[in-house]
Design a binder for this molecule. Structure first.
Ligand code: NAD
Length: 482
């Protein structure tokens, strides 16, 4: 049965690489009906700050599968990234980014690399929740949830099992972000214990990224949060030979989107020199997903034959290795002329049925589940450009019967009392931490009364954050130096 798919041609090199890819798909016999939507620059310029029109959402929801070229996100205020909006709106929580070397035909210092990055796709700093709170201070909120982390970690382990992989590596920065990244790491350890057949390891993201650049062959499947995954997958693709080579899938429970990992490359747009391989690889993943694995394998094998025959686009063309330097269109024709052939150097591609969908994990299946939540205080952020001791004394007067002022901190570092701030670079916003007496709880009424007093005292309070204990464990960090 013909499968309807939605196609977005995108911006920059998008239309060229998409045309080349659809040409290959047609000649390979992909049984798809293409419905095109307009997204990106033209839509932004029409005044739609989201970069997509309501009619396009309707098409997307009906077809459930999207093959998308990169788009250009306009710089500046007001515009939201369409990619992020789509991933979140369609619930595309898993971003799968395979990268491998095509040595000796594509020059790379890492001939043995073959890794898959499983990137969480909806949370983290990509939540896009940002504030300017004072003249000096801007904040971006990093959102990590138990349920979202559990889901992506389970996805990575299941992916590893279903694809015959041997090792799953978690990357996080839990030495610094003890709560958010600490949760991710703990869940990885806990869920990993359910997969004794797989090797598990954890890297702090900075050394992990360095190792991907220097020794990518040591990795198999990597699971990580959104921002880290975005960065390391570009590193991985680049060191494999070119960012133009890697495709990706974005998988949710009901929808799937397939796109190259690179951007719209405006520097080479319209020149017929872009490498269409990234989007072609994404289209291969899409064909497997929609149940056409034979066509997917036919295309993948033709593509491998073209690569090993030295038929290369300029980004991977190297004198002495490549045979012909081909434009985008000509490369697509070369792949088409290889349809039906099997590669002689690379192992021939064989795809099974689409990987089983990983069911959404019900919330709180892990040891992170808690039953008791107790309110024990509040952090009140106050804009203040004057002396810290003066603020400490003034804020102390806000204390209510239920809560006392414990300390002030500035950018997470304790600044009052008993703190030497002479070497600190202070911003114009302080966190005032009020806590109930040890062993006692606070009420929302206590907090409301405290805030009302802060208003009456003329403080510009910019934000408040409640302090909770979860089954007795603090749901907040201490200030550095506390
Ligand atoms: P980019 O990936 O577009 O380009 C980086 C470099 O890689 C450029 O030198 C480019 O010429 C080269 N390159 C990229 N794809 C190539 C290909 N297929 N063949 C040959 N060379 C290729 O990154 P950028 O310049 O940082 O971003 C440009 C625009 O793309 C920005 O507006 C950004 O927001 C957008 N972007 C979109 C997506 C997406 O739609 N998924 C992803 C990343 C960036």
């Amino acid at each position: 049965m013909t499968t309807p798919i939605t196609v977005a041609y995108g911006d920059g090199i998008g239309p060229e690489i998409m045309e080349a890819t659809l040409h290959v798909l047609k000649e390979a016999g992909a049984d798809i009906a293409v419905e095109t939507i307009e997204v990106g620059e033209r839509v932004y310029n029409m005044g739609a700050t989201s970069g997509i029109l309501p009619s396009a959402w309707e098409t997307l929801r009906r077809n459930k599968v999207l093959l998308k070229s990169p788009i250009t996100t306009p710089q500046g205020k007001g515009y939201k990234s369409l990619n992020v909006t789509m991933r979140k709106t369609l619930g595309l929580y898993a971003n799968i980014r395979p990268t491998q070397s095509y040595h000796p035909f594509v020059k790379t210092p890492h001939p043995k690399m073959n890794m898959v990055i499983v990137r969480e796709n909806e949370e983290d700093l990509y939540a896009g929740i940002e504030y300017r709170q004072s003249q000096d201070c801007f904040q971006s909120l990093k959102v990590i949830t138990c349920s979202g982390s559990e889901r992506i970690i389970r996805y990575a382990f299941e992916y590893a099992v279903q694809n015959g992989r041997k090792k799953v590596t978690c990357m996080s920065k839990d030495n610094i972000m003890k709560m958010a990244d600490g949760l991710f790491h703990r869940l990885f350890d806990e869920i990993g214990a359910e997969y004794p057949q797989l090797t598990k390891e954890h890297y702090i993201i900075d050394i992990g990224a360095a190792r991907i650049a220097a020794k990518p062959e040591i990795f198999d499947v990597i699971v990580t949060e959104n921002l880290y995954g975005d960065i390391i997958s570009d590193i991985a693709a680049e060191v494999s030979g070119s960012v133009g080579l890697a495709g990706s899938s974005n998988i949710g429970e009901d929808f799937a989107m397939f796109e190259a990992i690179h951007g719209s490359a405006p520097d080479i747009a319209g020149k017929n020199i872009a490498n269409p391989s990234g989007i072609l690889q994404s289209a291969v993943m899409m064909l497997v997903h929609i149940g056409q694995p034979e066509v997917a394998a036919r295309i993948q094998n033709a593509w491998l034959v073209a690569i090993e025959s030295g038929l290369h686009t300029p980004d991977i063309y190297r004198e002495g290795i490549s045979k012909e330097k081909l434009g985008t269109k000509e490369f697509a024709k070369a792949v088409i002329s290889c349809l039906g052939k099997t590669p002689s150097t690379f192992p021939a591609a064989v795809f099974g049925k689409a990987e089983k969908r990983i069911p959404a994990a019900p919330a709180c299946q892990t040891q992170e589940c808690v039953t008791k939540k107790e309110l024990i205080g509040v952090d009140v952020y106050i804009q203040w450009a004057g002396d810290v001791n003066a603020l400490g004394n003034k804020a102390k007067a806000l204390e209510t019967g239920g809560m006392t002022l414990e300390n002030l901190s500035n950018k997470g570092l304790k600044a009052w009392p008993d703190a030497d701030t002479s070497g600190m670079h202070l911003t114009d916003q302080y966190r005032c931490r009020f806590r109930a007496a040890k062993g006692k709880t606070a009420t929302h009424g206590d907090i409301a009364a405290l805030i009302a007093r802060a208003g009456e005292a003329g403080f510009d309070f910019t934000k408040t954050e409640n302090l909770y204990l979860f089954d007795g464990a603090p749901g907040f960090t201490l200030g550095q130096g506390e």
